[in-house]
Design a protein around this ligand. Structure first.
Ligand code: NAD
Length: 361
């Protein structure tokens, strides 16, 4: 074994029902006295609940998915005008993303309180959109200094969104098996993340108020993002990045739909990933384990349900070819991408797609 692994420098605080106390302590450690609290309208009640002991200078609610540059700029101006010395985000990946956009230009420290399983809180990746173009980058300034995980804050996340978001975390884990900088530590984190999601997500569907189930999913969200932050974007994330940016598809649902097709495509070319994922899912074959889980969860099935048209497939495939990681376990042609996208568009059986690929050589 020979590798170099870099861990992200941040504190991870985990405790159900303890967000208010943990948040106050983390802000005290940072010496914060004028805090900008960011939460979308639908997350503001959760934010109010946990910031009673926080020296709040400003509560900010203009949160938009994929962080349009205009939204980021207004938030940066507001932070400056109110003399904010720290940022607290309470919400999903979109809310964390806005805090990161402010930190990117101001250097203000972020404490992230995630309420979905998107995992943005554990990465140094920022994203902004301008028109149909999504830009992402890596910058140490955007990595939250601390994360406060409290499963009680995720109980209100509706079941379909919990499922889609949980499968977004699963996608981080699966892609971390073969992403460009994947190392054995990433694969270990990802394997444990898959195991925890396999346990947690069906339990959330059975009982959305179950704190044990919510804790498993939140724990997995961290593991998945820590693995992803180190491993980088693999084929799955490159495909979803194009879909999210140019076709404005919803983030978590797009990941949930595309994942089995990428697994069916890449899995057979990388036996270590195949057995690790299968083992973590408790299945004989990785793709069977994923499909069983998706059936149990009644997961999002087809891209056509989210606004992606069949006529979009050729253009999307062309846009993906140049961004395919050269280290992908098998070569990827425009034809492969068209087939994969067509299967994902109609929600075809991914195992059948894998069979076709093998038969057609
Ligand atoms: P989101 O943040 O847009 O949230 C989805 C919806 O759920 C929103 O309406 C939100 O207000 C609501 N919501 C969130 N938590 C809730 C709760 N506990 N109860 C009720 N409603 C709640 O969606 P997301 O999937 O969490 O994040 C997607 C965004 O995150 C995308 O822009 C994506 O690019 C970004 N992201 C970035 C990274 C990274 O590393 N930079 C990683 C993953 C995702």
């Amino acid at each position: 074994m020979r590798f170099v692994h870099e861990s992200q420098p941040q504190r991870v605080c985990f405790g159900s029902g303890e967000a208010a106390g943990m948040l106050a302590r983390e802000l005290e450690r940072l010496g914060a006295s004028r805090v900008m609290v960011i939460a979308a309208e639908s997350e503001s009640e959760l934010a109010e609940r946990i910031t009673t002991g926080v020296p709040v200078a400003l509560r900010y609610h203009e949160v938009v998915m994929h962080v349009p540059v205009g939204v980021a700029e207004r938030a940066r101006v507001a932070a400056k005008e109110h003399g904010a010395d720290a940022l607290v985000s309470v919400g999903g990946g979109s809310t964390t993303g806005l805090a990161k956009a402010i930190a990117l230009t101001s250097g203000l420290p972020v404490v992230a309180v995630p309420t979905t399983y998107a995992g943005s809180e554990a990465t140094n990746v920022w994203g902004l959109t301008e028109g149909a173009r999504k830009t992402t980058g890596i910058d140490a300034r955007v990595l939250p200094r601390a994360i406060v995980y409290d499963a009680t804050l995720t109980v209100s996340l509706p079941v379909p969104m919990s499922v889609a978001s949980g499968l977004n975390a699963l996608a981080h884990c699966v892609d971390s098996m073969w992403a460009p900088n994947a190392d054995p530590i990433d694969r270990a984190l990802a394997s444990e993340g898959i195991r925890a999601l396999r346990a947690g997500l069906p339990a959330i569907v059975a009982d959305p108020a179950s704190l044990d189930a919510r804790e498993q999913a939140l724990y997995a969200a961290y593991l998945s993002a820590a693995a992803f932050a180190s491993a980088g974007s693999g084929l799955h994330h490159k495909i979803c990045h194009v879909l999210g940016g140019a076709y404005n598809l919803p983030h978590a649902q797009t990941h949930a739909v595309v994942l089995p097709y990428v697994l069916a495509f890449n899995g057979p070319a990388m036996p270590e990933a195949e057995w690790r994922i299968a083992d973590a899912l408790g299945a004989g074959r990785a793709i069977d384990g994923l499909e069983d889980l998706r059936r149990e969860l009644r997961a999002p099935r087809a891209l056509r349900d989210y606004g992606f048209a069949e006529s979009d497939i050729p253009g999307a495939a062309e846009a993906m070819v140049p961004v395919v990681p050269p280290s992908n376990p098998r070569p990827v042609t425009a034809g492969d991408l068209r087939r994969l996208l067509h299967a994902a568009w109609e929600g075809a059986d991914p195992a059948a797609m894998a069979g076709e690929e093998e038969n057609s050589g």
